[in-house]
Design a protein around this ligand. Structure first.
Ligand code: GLU
Length: 504
């Protein structure tokens, strides 16, 4: 049977790194197995409704390339895919559970509940539960007569429907990632399934939908592990087979603390040891999409023991992913890793594909680009040393305009008394070169150095400063070839006029 997986977010605002990882793993697992990836919006908690949150989510999935096969946008045979449009379905099952004795109506007021908790609260029991030990004392359809219940229902008295959790049961299941997990029923409360506002809780809606949508694998964060016993009881009570479960490890800050949303302007303002769980912050900072996804994929998954690969495209991930290789241990979201991956992904992108992006970046920085051929050559030279795409503007501007300043530290260190003489000699040599290639330029420079009895560096460093204004960059000879003889000579002559004055 082909797997059917689902990403089932509750749209409560921003898109969390952990949420994107859940979506990604569900997508990868489905695609790796030729299955179906479903998006279901779990929006039954009206108190947590946030304007625009669904749109945010849909955009994020589209941005990431995790396009659902079924969902609110794509439709599908198992819709609607918004839980808020399925309330009747849940209520029918809730009633069925009550009729079959697996659930019951409870009419307790908030005051009743608080009184019960106050009465039972102790050191041993700091958070008293509504469970088998107390439900016999509360106002519910187990303690009331049928007539009383009917009356209250007809009167419209506020009520909830609760799951009747049996005493002394152990719920055991095999989680793909965590192995065998067992929980005693005494650890669980009589979960509310339908709230007083008539909406189902997450637990009921989630189980009903996973069944009706024929989900085969539930892949989600570890924070949901403790809910599994309730879900298993629901599956059992409804006479259904539960899906296979896989609970993904938690994700922490580098300092080991829980990730929480940061009120920051940019990622540069992050406190030491913290990261921002909001995916939008990473997009805003200019990280490559592939790098963000690659980094998130590695939060808990690796390609296998002894396999040192770290750089993966989404297609690679689809081919490689398996739930068996997801760890139990918590993952750390490490910005240094993301930075490294970002540079790797820029490097890995074909130059022609980078072209339009780099052109836009340069244009935004006010840099005029006249020829795509020339730009392609610049990108080829620079892409292996860019950390961010924006670096093309910061570190590559001199390919498009003559330097107006010279790095004072480099100038102090590298410009010597004989630099003007050596550089003007160098100009005389290179104008003779045809074609003007890196290797020809290098031979000319080495010959000149030998002839002048100086080390190559005595020419190399001042030439770099003269043509680029800085002391770092790509290989000098390749850079000069791309700039072309005219530009190189012009810049050297200008530098020879300006720099000696700056030196004083
Ligand atoms: N709606 C839940 C969430 O927001 C889904 C949990 C699950 O996947 O079962 O994470």
């Amino acid at each position: 049977m082909k797997p059917r997986t689902r990403f089932a977010p509750s749209p409560t605002g921003f898109v969390h790194v952990g949420g994107l990882r859940t979506a990604l793993y569900n997508y990868l697992f489905a695609k790796n197995n030729g299955g179906t990836f479903i998006l279901r919006i779990e929006d039954t908690d009206r108190s947590r409704y946030v304007e625009g949150a669904v749109e945010n989510l849909l955009e994020a999935l589209e941005w990431a390339g995790l396009i659902p096969d079924e969902g609110p946008v794509q439709g599908g045979d198992y819709g609607p895919y918004y839980q808020s449009e399925r309330t009747d379905i849940y209520l029918n099952y809730a009633r069925q559970l009550v009729e079959n004795g697996h659930a019951y109506y409870a009419f307790d007021t908030p005051e009743d509940l608080e009184a019960m908790r106050q009465h039972l609260r102790s050191k041993q029991n700091p958070n008293p539960k509504y469970d088998a030990s107390v439900r016999g004392e509360m106002k519910n359809s187990l303690t009331m007569t049928d007539v009383q219940v009917k009356n209250e229902l007809e009167k419209g008295t506020p009520r909830v429907i609760r799951l009747k959790v049996p005493e002394d049961r152990t719920f055991e299941f095999d989680d793909i990632i965590r192995g065998t997990v067992a929980r005693a029923s005494s650890e669980i409360d009589d979960q509310v399934l339908v709230k007083s506002d008539g909406y189902p809780t997450y637990h009921l809606a989630n189980v009903v939908d996973d069944h009706l949508m024929q989900i085969t694998h539930v892949i989600r964060g570890e924070e949901w592990l403790s809910s599994v016993p309730k879900h298993l009881l629901l599956y059992e009570s409804l006479g259904w087979q539960p899906p296979v479960m896989a609970h993904l490890p938690l994700i922490f800050n580098p300092d080991g603390s829980k990730m929480s949303k940061r009120d920051i302007q940019s990622l540069d303002d992050l406190p030491q040891g913290k990261v921002d769980p909001d995916v939008a912050s990473y997009i805003k900072k200019g990280y490559e999409k592939q790098a963000i996804i690659n980094c998130i994929a590695l939060l808990g998954w690796n390609p296998g023991e002894g396999d040192e690969r770290q750089v993966f495209s989404l297609n690679d991930l689809v081919a490689e992913f398996s739930l068996q290789r997801v760890n139990k241990a918590a993952a750390i979201f490490d910005l240094q890793k993301l930075d490294w991956l970002n540079a790797e992904h820029i490097k890995a992108r074909p130059t022609v594909e980078l072209l339009p992006d780099v052109r836009t970046i340069l244009q935004q920085a006010g840099i005029q680009v006249n020829s795509d051929d020339y730009l392609l050559r610049v990108i080829d030279l620079l892409k292996i040393r860019m950390h961010f795409m924006a670096d093309f503007a910061d570190k590559g501007a001199y390919f498009f305009r003559d330097p107006v300043e010279y790095d004072p530290d480099v100038l102090k260190k590298r410009w010597k008394d004989d630099s003007v003489k050596l550089l003007l000699e160098f100009c005389k040599e290179i104008v003779k070169l045809s074609p003007f290639t890196a290797s020809a330029i290098e031979s000319a420079l080495r010959e000149l150095a030998e002839c002048e009895q100086v080390g190559g560096g005595r020419i190399i460093h001042p030439v770099r400063l003269a043509v680029s204004g800085t002391g770092v960059g790509p290989g000098l000879f390749e850079m000069l070839e791309v700039l072309g003889a005219d530009t190189v000579v012009r810049r050297i002559k200008t530098a020879c006029e300006k720099i000696p004055a700056l030196k004083q």
